[in-house]
Design a protein around this ligand. Structure first.
Ligand code: NAD
Length: 283
């Protein structure tokens, strides 16, 4: 028998939760019964990131949606590059909710340029947020999960760029490949405590991070790069059960996979790289 609230009694930390995929994951996990700890930087990270970043209001809206789903929420403006703030948050969450079971390490940034033309700030910021920041989330969360003694599930949000080369954003691709190594080493190290660790590898999800103009500009300058960014293949039945071709997938479609990895239905899965791309990476 399946429960309407398969994550009832569990607590999930979601980073980058102010909007996009992070918000969808927070709301979905709440819908499945988990209390939510939601963090986001809610302000610009660097001038090298050219799309607008979310605000405190966006994070507040995520918190409202979680409460609307009937669950408790702690929402805090935190930069994942800040270890101390995340450790304090985890301590507060455990004090308030009693445990931590699920981590969705989702926060990330993207920018565009050729490898030898990027500034140091452009390269370093992406590595510092996507790879080092995610490590700091893990470092803050795992001791509390071990201490609670309930095992758990960690979902690290990589990208299709974490399993294949993506010219035009090699710093992003390097950071997302690094997350695969982090995932798989952590799966072994944390496995003895009943904590599973998997990475997901989405492609073309409809969020503010995807800037068609920035992509067209770089493909216009370097047409050969286009071969590495396959169009979304035909998929006969989409998430809503409607037939048709969709250029992008929705954040909620990724949340279906996150919810599965968070729950007991994936109890045998750890140290795996799950492509969420309708097979696009195979082209
Ligand atoms: N959109 C896609 O097509 C796609 C594809 C593959 C992977 N991803 C990955 O999915 C994840 C979510 O991205 P999205 O598509 O929802 O984009 P998004 O820009 O809407 O969401 C990313 C969130 O992370 C937050 N964030 C960024 N830096 C942060 C920091 N230092 N500290 C705390 N929060 C920070 C942002 O404020 C934002 O709310 C990212 O890791 C991204 O790399 C996205």
């Amino acid at each position: 028998m399946t429960s309407d609230a398969p994550l009832e009694g569990r607590v999930a930390l979601v980073t980058g939760a102010a909007r996009g995929q992070g918000r969808a994951h927070a709301v979905r996990l709440a819908g499945d019964g988990a209390d939510i700890v939601a963090i986001d930087i809610c302000k610009p990270v660097s001038d090298t990131v050219t799309y607008p970043m979310p605000t405190a209001d966006d994070l507040a809206e995520t918190a409202r949606l979680v409460e609307e789903a009937g669950r408790k929420v702690i929402a805090r403006e935190i930069d994942i590059r800040d270890l101390g703030a995340q450790q304090q948050l985890v301590a507060d969450a455990v004090e308030q909710f009693g445990r931590l079971d699920i981590v969705v390490a989702n926060a990330g940034i993207l920018s565009w340029g050729r490898i030898w033309e990027m500034s140091e700030e452009q390269w370093d910021t992406v590595i510092e947020v996507n790879l080092n920041g995610t490590w700091r989330t893990i470092k803050a969360a795992v001791p509390a999960m071990i201490e609670a003694g309930n095992g758990g599930s960690i979902i690290i949000v990589s990208s299709s760029a974490g399993t294949k080369a993506t010219p035009g954003n090699a710093h992003y691709s390097a950071s997302k490949h690094g997350l695969v190594a982090l995932t798989n080493a952590l799966a072994i190290e944390a496995g003895e405590f009943g904590i599973r660790v998997n990475s997901i590898h989405p492609y073309s999800i409809d969020t503010p991070m995807v800037q068609p103009e920035a992509m067209m500009e770089i493909f216009g300058k370097y047409p050969a790069f286009l071969h590495s960014f396959s169009p979304m293949p035909y998929h006969p039945v989409n998430h809503q059960g409607k037939k048709g071709l969709k250029e992008f997938m929705t954040p909620e479609e990724v949340s279906d996979v996150v919810a599965w990895l968070a729950g007991d239905g994936s109890a045998t899965i750890s140290g795996s790289q799950i492509a969420v791309d309708r097979g696009t990476a195979k082209y």
